[in-house]
Design a protein around this ligand. Structure first.
Ligand code: SF4
Length: 246
């Protein structure tokens, strides 16, 4: 009996050690990639814009030391849910340095993630606010704030190396939520999905991993009622259902 217990304990230790090796390998690639993203200066127009915004600031954030650099992805590199946004907002993530943190879109996103059990808290105001993503990883079509929230096609193409690498490395992803048409099409092109499927809100596309299209929670969509909170919650509830069927 003691032999059997000893074997079970050894097997458990080996399992934990192997999980820990896999986990730390995942964290390592993500940290290395994020460090490369933060140093990137490949798009002259965006470098100029993100730094100018960080110098000039908005009056309500005049006491902030703006991030003013590319914003790295955020979350668990072993997550099963991947969320793809468009780009950092000039006075949101370009100020705080964390994806969707400190702006109106982020307030919608983190509330929805929290309600569906993918975030430890419903608010996201600054990098050190204690928020953790649970089984979720957030990236974007581009990592620098673009003027007017409109990246140019060649800037999306340039930043695509980072997304391509992430998609190759995020081995546990089972469901992808693309926020807005640009994120949706960028994801499909990066995956080599052709012809491009028609974008629709809360439609599940039967790929591996599953893809769900969602309207972006931009002010333009939320203020006009094109996107309501129940509509947005339904997307994350759908993702949860798909993951629960695994
Ligand atoms: S958008 Fe992407 S490729 Fe262009 S400078 Fe920013 S991080 Fe680099």
């Amino acid at each position: 009996m003691w032999d059997a217990m000893g074997r079970r304990a050894a097997a458990t230790r080996e399992l934990m050690a192997s999980w820990s090796r896999v986990h730390s390998a995942a964290v390592n690639w993500a940290e290395r990639l994020h460090a490369r993203i933060v140093r990137c200066r490949r798009c002259p127009r965006l470098v100029q814009w993100r730094e100018a915004v960080a110098r000039q600031k908005k009056r309500e954030f005049c006491d902030w030391d703006y991030w003013g650099r590319p914003v790295p992805s955020f979350g668990d590199p072993e997550a099963r849910l991947l969320v793809i946004g468009l780009a950092p907002a000039a006075h949101g993530a370009n100020r705080t340095g964390r994806m969707f943190t400190g702006d109106a879109s982020g307030r919608w996103l983190y509330r929805a993630l929290h309600r569906a059990g993918f975030a430890s808290q419903p608010t996201s105001e600054r990098r050190d606010d204690g928020l953790r993503l649970l089984d979720c990883y957030i990236t974007a079509a581009i990592h620098c704030a673009p003027p007017g929230n409109k990246p140019l096609p060649h800037e999306i193409a340039r930043c695509n190396d980072f997304l391509r690498e992430e998609l190759a490395r995020l081995k546990s992803v089972r469901v992808v939520i693309a926020l807005g048409r640009i994120a949706f099409e960028t994801y499909c092109k990066t995956r080599g999905i052709a012809p491009l499927p028609a974008f629709a809100h809360n439609r599940v596309y039967n790929y591996s991993p599953w893809l769900i299209g969602s309207y972006h929670p931009s002010r333009q969509n939320t203020n006009t009622g094109k996107l309501t909170e129940p509509m947005f919650d339904a997307v994350f509830a759908r993702a949860r259902e798909l993951l629960d069927t695994q």
